[in-house]
Design a protein around this ligand. Sequence first.
Ligand SMILES: [Zn+2]
Length: 380
Amino acid sequence: MPAGSVWDEVLDTEHAVVVRTYIERWPRKGRPPEKVLIIVVEPDEETRCRCPRCGRRGPVAEVEPGRRWRTLDVHGKRCFLECDLPRIGCPEHGKITAAVPWARHDDRFSMPFEEHAAWTAAHMAWTRAVAELRITWEALASIVRRVTDDASAGTDRLEGLREIGIDEKSWGKGEGKYLTVVTDHAAGIHDVVRARAPQALICLDAFHVVKWAGGRLDELRRRLAAELRAAGCEDQAATLGNGMWALRKDYRKLSPGQRGALAAIAADNKPLYKAYLIKEQLREAFKVKGEDGKKLLRGLIAWAQRSRIPELVKLAKTLTRFRDLIYHTLDGGPSNGRAEALNSQLNALITRARGFRSAAALIAMAHLVHGGLCPDSPYA
Ligand SMILES: [Zn+2]
């Protein structure tokens, strides 16, 4: 086929030379065979037999005949590039499969296909994307990972960074399915931030601080319920169980029934009600902020310390330990609003992919969609 042929133009791959094209018929159950377009290509003189790591040329050791790479569909037909692929001897990297100009090393998809697939993954539900692309979910996940790895390799995505929000994100059911962006038990990460970025002003996110208080409140509720049960007061224990949501939620968001449960706890169970009031005061401190917020915080810490309720004394200790960081937040430090917005966008991603099977897949997807790494589709 002469240079400058139609197929060379169609492929747009600078260093590939089209040798010939043919149609293969793949049998399908209960349907006429699928027609698949095969384009036989060769790397041009300049790119042939080069090491994928260092680009040096090496002698051919052996050849894998007819290796195929899935590339963009042509007229609705699945299309593959085909080439006899040599393994070469690189003086530095030993025996290695030669690089090809149309695909990443050791990949089964061409680069234009991967860019289009990544674009598709970023723009539509994955169930639809994998159906349109005619690839598996796993293949799409690994394409997204390779495209984001490549795109992020050349750029410093932390350049110019001034503020960070640190958060945690659950991405699926079961143990360990969390992206670590820790704020609770945060000493570890704070140490890292202090060591690496001594000029950073660390602020604690209100949501997480209120969550600590909620956790202690739950602990206390469970202990009191167990004690009541042990003493044979099943009814009162049940009231505490029913009051769980009433205690956890923001007072302004309680249903009438929950308000009733809370009133019953206030009447029958003073320690638990005290813990509840302390938690709500903490929430209030973040609402009013500034000096008033700090006053509320100091007050509730003192109140918790005096309570002689072990769960609240523990809470007071934690709050005291992180008091300076909480002050930064109350002084109007950066809010986690942006992190929270990202959090809900991540939820949208998780929904779109109907759950991710690995954290790496979700991280790659987040970088792709929200990290500015999404390539242009050849179709877009
Ligand atoms: Zn090499």
